[in-house]
Every structure is written in structure tokens, then in C-alpha cells.
Ligand binder design. Structure first.
Ligand SMILES: Cc1cc2nc3c(=O)[nH]c(=O)nc-3n(C[C@H](O)[C@H](O)[C@H](O)COP(=O)(O)O)c2cc1C
Length: 309
């Protein structure tokens, strides 16, 4: 018989009942999943779709292409803007917090000043959210469209600019580039936690039409195809800094989440799997608790970084 194991974790000051959440953009704002399971009672956290100060239209269709082992998306960070997020989903999200599920909002921007604007709006309109995540994978219009977080200086610059605008935990959602260097730079700039990884740029060509299968030449690959890469990047970031890490990338089952914990993640988020199996995050939460107990640990924290080599 296995004994119970405490699943509570502290993610950069955000106290979560368990380490399982959902990755930004793959779970909407949460309501659509309520018919499948009790989100507020089951998950440790919900990270909302990235929103900007003003609405963004995103890219034209087609935006999604299925790959043999994952998904490619060119959504282009379409979002209704923070004011609409609050008016349409604020009550539900406040309710999640009241039920013990931590709400993390995500800020998107095309320039450092747009991130500042987004964080200021969250401060004004969503004081009940437990943390603010910065999606530094947005294209930077001041730098020819390269992702803001594709360099340590770029990622740290966003953190520094918003750090004194909020006292809430600041999480950096890292692009899948130079994890050790970017992690150290974000830590030095005052971030409280890291989430990694975001999608990895890829291409899928329809050889009959010779066109891209989505509306852009390149798009973000997610799902099982990127899991091993994500585990490696979590491990490298965990070696490089003392910040807590949320492991993201191709998590479909509890074993995938357990790998992230062993690589050094304090918590995990289920992404693309939510789209094919709306119960995925709930199943991962239940299965991860079983795995932790089967390892004989008194708390999930004991297993963090427990990879043996
Ligand atoms: C349709 C879709 C929309 C996404 N939107 C966002 C977003 O708004 N902000 C963000 O940081 N990541 C976004 N992501 C990336 C995911 O949060 C996650 O980092 C990535 O998909 C890897 O995890 P997965 O393999 O479990 O999906 C999106 C991914 C998908 C598939």
C-alpha cells in the first residue's frame, strides 16, 4: 500500500494545492472545460490565454495543422484584450481563485512599453489573480519581429521594465532558446519564476499545392514531438538558476509530468493534450499524485530534480 504524499507547491510565491496547471492558449479562460471536470476543485492553477492591452486579430486561417506527433499553430496571439478578458471572464476567474485554484494571467506585447501597459491594466483590473506571466515569445516590432525573449538581454529587459509595476509574482514564459542564459538573466532582472517551453518554430508544406499548411511559412510546434526537448531545457534551466520552473511541452500523461519534476520542475502545465482530451489535465493531476506516492515521497517537492545520472 502506498502512503499519501503532499502535492502542495510554492511556485515563486504562488501557493498551489497541486503542481498541475494548464498552458496558456490551450485552455481558453477555463469555462469551456467545466462540463468535463471541476476545474476549480481539481487543478493547482489555470494560466489564461495571453492578452494585450488592446485586442489583437491574430493571423488568417488556416491556423492549425496536425502533425504525426503534435500540432502546428499560427494563431498569432489573437486575443480580445485585457478589458474584454475581465468583463467576459473576470467573474469566473475570481471564482476559481475562491475555490483554491490559482489564476495566472498572461501579458503579451509587441514592445517593452506594451508589456508595461498590459501589466498596469492587470494591476488595475485583476487584483485577484495570483500571478502575472510574461509571454516573451511575442514578436518585437522594434527589433525586426524577432521574439523578445530570444536573447537573455531581451527577456531580462521586459522583466526589468515591469518589475516595479507589480508586487505580484512575475513568471517569464520562455522561448525555447538558450535556456540556461535566459534563465540566469531573468533571475538577475527580478523574475520570481520561469515557465518553459513555448512552441518551437517549424514548417509543414503541402507538397501538392507547395504552400504552407498554415497561413504563415513557419509556425509553432507543440505536443509529443517537443516533449524530450522541453525536458532537456527544463533540466538546463534548473541547473542554471534558483528560480522555480513550470515544465511545459508535450505533457499527455502523468509519466510525462513526472519526468519534468525529476528534471527540476516545481510544477507542470498541460497544453496541446487539452485539445484532443479535455480530461488530460485532470488525469495528469490524479496520476502524478499516484506516482509521487509510489516513489515513497512525503511531498512532491522531495522528488524535484531527483533525476539520477
Ligand atoms: C493553439 C495554441 C495557442 C497558444 N497560445 C499561447 C499563448 O497565448 N501564450 C503562450 O505563452 N503560449 C501559447 N501557446 C504555447 C503553449 O502554452 C505551450 O507552451 C506549448 O504549446 C508547449 O506545450 P504543449 O506541447 O503541451 O502544447 C499556445 C499553444 C497552442 C497549441
Amino acid at each position: 500500500m502506498v502512503s499519501a504524499c503532499s502535492m502542495a507547491v510554492d511556485f515563486g510565491g504562488i501557493k498551489m494545492r497541486n503542481p498541475v496547471g494548464v498552458a496558456s492558449g490551450t485552455f481558453g479562460f477555463g469555462e469551456q472545460f467545466e462540463p468535463f471536470f471541476d476545474v476549480g476543485e481539481t487543478l493547482g492553477s489555470v494560466t489564461c490565454k495571453g492578452c494585450s492591452a488592446v485586442p489583437w486579430q491574430g493571423n488568417p486561417a488556416p491556423r492549425l495543422a496536425e502533425l504525426p506527433s503534435g500540432l502546428m499553430n499560427a494563431v498569432g496571439l489573437q486575443n480580445p484584450g485585457i478589458r474584454a478578458l475581465v468583463s467576459e471572464h473576470g467573474e469566473y476567474l475570481r471564482g476559481l481563485e475562491e475555490r483554491g485554484c490559482r489564476v495566472i494571467v498572461q501579458a503579451a506585447g509587441h514592445s517593452v512599453s506594451e508589456y508595461v501597459e498590459a501589466v498596469e491594466l492587470y494591476e488595475e483590473l485583476m487584483p485577484y489573480a495570483s500571478g502575472i506571466e510574461l509571454n516573451v515569445s511575442c514578436p518585437n516590432v522594434d527589433a525586426g519581429g524577432a521574439a523578445m525573449g530570444s536573447t537573455p538581454e531581451g527577456a531580462a529587459g521586459v522583466v526589468r521594465a515591469v518589475r516595479d509595476r507589480t508586487s505580484r509574482p512575475l513568471i517569464v514564459k520562455m522561448a525555447p532558446v538558450s535556456p540556461a542564459e535566459v534563465a540566469r538573466a531573468c533571475e538577475a532582472a527580478g523574475a520570481d519564476a520561469l515557465s518553459l517551453i513555448n512552441t518551437i518554430p517549424g514548417m509543414a508544406i503541402d507538397v501538392r499545392t507547395r504552400r504552407s499548411r498554415v497561413s504563415r511559412p513557419t509556425a509553432g510546434v507543440s505536443g509529443p514531438a517537443i516533449h524530450a526537448i522541453a525536458v532537456r531545457m527544463v533540466w538546463e534551466a534548473a541547473q542554471a538558476c534558483a528560480l522555480p520552473i513550470c515544465g511545459i511541452g508535450g505533457i499527455e500523461c502523468a509519466d510525462d509530468a513526472a519526468e519534468m519534476v525529476l528534471a527540476g520542475a516545481s510544477c507542470v502545465a498541460v497544453g496541446t493534450a487539452n485539445l484532443s482530451n479535455p480530461m488530460a489535465a485532470a488525469e495528469v493531476a490524479a496520476g502524478l499524485a499516484e506516482w509521487a506516492a509510489s516513489q515513497g515521497a512525503a511531498s512532491i517537492d522531495e522528488l524535484r530534480g531527483g533525476f539520477i545520472w
